[in-house]
Design a protein around this ligand. Structure first.
Ligand SMILES: [Ca+2]
Length: 551
C-alpha cells in the first residue's frame, strides 16, 4: 500500500497557478512549466483542484464530464504530458473527485430534464413538494433553500445542497456508486496517485429526507441529516473495496463538519475507508456554528483556543489511530497569515511559524499554492468578486440576516474564497508572471514586493524555509510516524510540542502572538532552525518559530 504518511502534498488551484496561452486563465501547460519549482520544494504529490469539464458555477466543483478536461485548462493530451513529466520527477498527481453532486449540465442530469420518466431521475433526489413548498426545510450550504424547482413536473423539486447547479447524487442507487468507481478506475488507469474526495462525508442523507425541526420557521441547517450519516461509511467501504485489490492509491477525504468521532471512522487505520481526513475546526474557530459567514463571533479567536483545537486533533488521532491532513491554507479559506498571523509587520515570521507547525504536526501536510512565498489576502471591491459563494452570501446576509449592505460587504470582503484565488505571484513583471494577459481575477497589488523571484534572493526567504523543513521531515521519521506530545500546554502565546521516535527527538516552539513570549522550559539540544537570526534562550520574539533537536 502506498505510504500516505510521508508525503508532502501541494495543492494547485489551476485557474490561478500559471497561464500558458495568453488568456489570463491558468492551465495544465502552465503547471508543467512550473514543475521545477515544486520539485525543488520537495513536493511528492500535486493535488489538482478539479480540471474536468464544468460550467464553472463553482469553479470546477460542479463537474459536467468526469472523463474530460475543461478546455480552459487544455486537453487530455496536456494532462497526460503533465502526468508523465511529474512521474519523471518522482512526483504524482492526486485528482479532486466531487462525488456528492454533479453539475446540472452532466449528461445524467440532462437526461432527467429531457424525460420525466428517465431512469437517471433516481440517480438524484427528485421529490414532490408539499403545498407548493419545498419537500423539506433544509438550507443549502451557500444560503437559500437546498431544493431547486423541477422544470418538467409541477410541485416537484431536486436536491441541491450546495449551489442550485450542483445536483446531489443519490448514493442509495447502486448505479451511482458504480459510476463513481468507474470514474476512479479511469483516472487510476492513467496512472494518477489517488483522490482528494470533496465533501465525502455528505454523500449519505437521512433516509426519507425529513425536515430539520419542522416547527421552526424558515430554512434550517440540517447538519445531522446531511453529514456523517452511518451509511456514508458503508458506501465508502464498498467503493474502496472495489478498487483496493487492483490499484495502489491514496485517498484524502474532505470532512465538512466532521468531528473527531466521525474521522476516527472515516480515517481509522483498519477501517477500509480513507487514508486521511481534511477537517475544518481550526479554520472555523473564529466563526459561528453555521460556518465561515456566520459572523456572530465577530471573527474573534484566541491563542489558547487555537492551541486546544490543534492538540485535540493531534492527541485524539494518535490515541485512536486515525490520520489527518494538516493545512493552513486552501482554495476555500482566506490566507492564514492575514487571518491568524500578521501580514504586515511580521509577514515573513508568520508565514514561517505556520509552515513549521503545518510541516511538523502529526498528519500529512498540505501546502497550498502561494503560501510558500507568504502570499496574503487581497482587498477586492464588489465588482472584483469572482466567487459564487461570496456573491450569493452577500445577498443572503442582507435578506435573511437583515444586515445593511455595508456590513454584508465587509463580511464578504473578509472571508471570501477569492483571497486564496488571486494569481500566484511568480515575479514582479506585469500580472506577476502569471500571465501576459489581464487575468480572470485581480492580481494582488503587493506582487511587486511579494513574489517567488524576490523571495528566492531574500536573506529571510520563506520558500527556503519550507524547503528546509520539508527536507528535515523527510530525513526523520519522527515527524511522520513518531509520537506527538504537547508541551507548555497552558502557555498563552506559545504553541509547543515534541515529536519523537527511536531515531530522534525534536521540540517545536512557535510564538503565535505579536508580542515577545518568555517560557520556562529546559530546552537542551541543538537549534536546527529558527526564524530569527539570533535565537535567545527562554524567549521567542513575535511569531518566532524554533525547531530544536533534543537527541
Ligand atoms: Ca490559459
Amino acid at each position: 500500500m502506498m505510504d500516505y504518511k510521508n508525503k508532502i502534498i501541494y495543492q494547485i488551484w489551476p485557474r490561478s497557478f500559471q497561464d500558458s496561452n495568453h488568456d489570463g486563465i491558468g492551465d495544465l501547460k502552465g503547471i508543467l512549466r512550473r514543475l521545477d519549482h515544486l520539485q525543488d520544494l520537495g513536493v511528492d504529490l500535486i493535488w489538482l483542484s478539479p480540471v474536468y469539464c464544468s460550467p464553472n458555477t463553482d469553479f470546477g466543483y460542479d463537474i459536467s464530464d468526469y472523463y474530460n478536461i475543461h478546455p480552459d485548462f487544455g486537453t487530455m493530451a496536456d494532462f497526460d504530458a503533465l502526468l508523465a513529466e511529474c512521474k519523471k520527477r518522482g512526483m504524482g498527481i492526486v485528482m479532486d473527485l466531487v462525488a456528492n453532486h454533479t453539475s446540472d449540465q452532466h449528461p445524467w442530469f440532462q437526461a432527467c430534464l429531457n424525460d420525466p420518466n428517465s431512469p437517471y431521475r433516481d440517480c438524484y433526489y427528485f421529490r414532490e413538494g408539499v403545498n407548493d413548498k419545498e419537500p423539506n426545510n433544509w438550507i443549502s450550504m451557500f444560503g437559500g433553500s437546498a431544493w431547486t424547482k423541477d422544470p418538467l413536473k409541477p410541485h416537484s423539486w431536486y436536491l441541491t445542497t450546495f449551489t442550485p447547479h450542483q445536483c446531489d447524487l443519490n448514493w442509495e442507487n447502486p448505479r451511482v456508486r458504480e459510476e463513481i468507481a468507474n470514474v476512479m478506475r479511469f483516472w487510476l488507469d492513467k496512472g494518477v496517485s489517488g483522490f482528494r474526495m470533496d465533501v465525502i462525508n455528505t454523500i449519505a442523507k437521512q433516509p426519507g429526507l425529513p425536515s430539520w425541526h419542522p416547527e421552526k420557521k424558515g430554512y434550517q441547517f440540517a447538519k445531522e441529516f446531511m453529514t456523517n450519516l452511518p451509511q456514508s461509511h458503508a458506501y465508502i467501504q464498498e467503493l474502496i473495496g472495489k478498487l483496493a485489490d487492483d490499484y495502489d492509491f491514496i485517498t484524502i477525504g474532505e470532512g465538512m463538519m466532521a468531528d473527531n468521532d466521525a474521522c476516527a471512522l472515516y480515517a481509522g487505520e483498519q477501517r477500509g475507508e480513507l487514508n486521511m481526513m481534511i477537517v475544518f475546526d481550526l479554520h472555523l474557530q473564529d466563526c459561528g456554528p453555521l460556518g465561515k459567514y456566520d459572523f456572530r463571533k465577530l471573527y474573534h479567536w484566541t491563542i489558547p483556543g487555537f492551541k486546544s483545537i490543534i492538540f485535540r486533533w493531534q492527541t485524539d488521532s494518535q490515541k485512536r489511530n486515525y490520520w489527518v491532513a494538516n493545512y493552513m491554507n486552501n482554495h476555500d479559506q482566506p490566507r492564514s497569515i492575514s487571518r491568524f498571523g500578521n501580514d504586515r509587520q511580521y509577514r515573513v515570521e508568520s508565514a514561517k511559524a505556520f509552515a513549521l507547525m503545518n510541516l511538523t504536526l502529526r498528519g500529512t501536510p498540505l501546502v497550498y499554492q502561494g503560501e510558500e512565498i507568504g502570499m496574503t489576502n487581497c482587498h477586492l471591491e464588489q465588482d472584483e468578486w469572482r466567487d459564487y459563494e461570496a456573491i450569493n452570501i452577500y445577498d443572503t446576509l442582507q435578506t435573511m440576516m437583515h444586515l445593511p449592505k455595508v456590513i454584508a460587504r465587509k463580511i464578504v470582503q473578509r472571508m471570501t474564497r477569492d483571497h486564496a484565488r488571486t494569481p500566484v505571484q511568480w515575479d514582479d513583471s506585469e500580472y506577476a508572471g502569471f500571465s501576459d494577459h489581464q487575468p480572470w481575477i485581480k492580481v494582488n497589488p503587493n506582487y511587486k514586493q511579494i513574489n517567488l523571484k524576490s523571495d528566492l534572493v531574500s536573506e529571510t526567504s520563506i520558500n527556503r524555509w519550507y524547503k528546509q523543513v520539508i527536507a528535515l521531515r523527510k530525513a526523520y521519521s519522527a515527524f511522520n510516524t513518531g509520537a506527538m506530545k504537547p508541551v507548555l500546554v497552558h502557555h498563552k502565546q506559545i504553541l509547543a510540542y515534541q515529536r519523537s521516535d527511536e531515531q530522534a527527538e525534536f521540540l517545536i516552539l512557535i510564538n503565535l502572538s505579536g508580542s515577545p513570549a518568555r517560557f520556562d522550559l529546559k530546552t537542551e539540544g541543538r537549534v536546527l532552525m529558527d526564524s530569527y537570526a539570533d535565537p535567545q534562550p527562554r524567549l521567542l520574539r513575535p511569531y518566532e518559530a524554533r525547531l530544536i533537536q533534543i537527541r
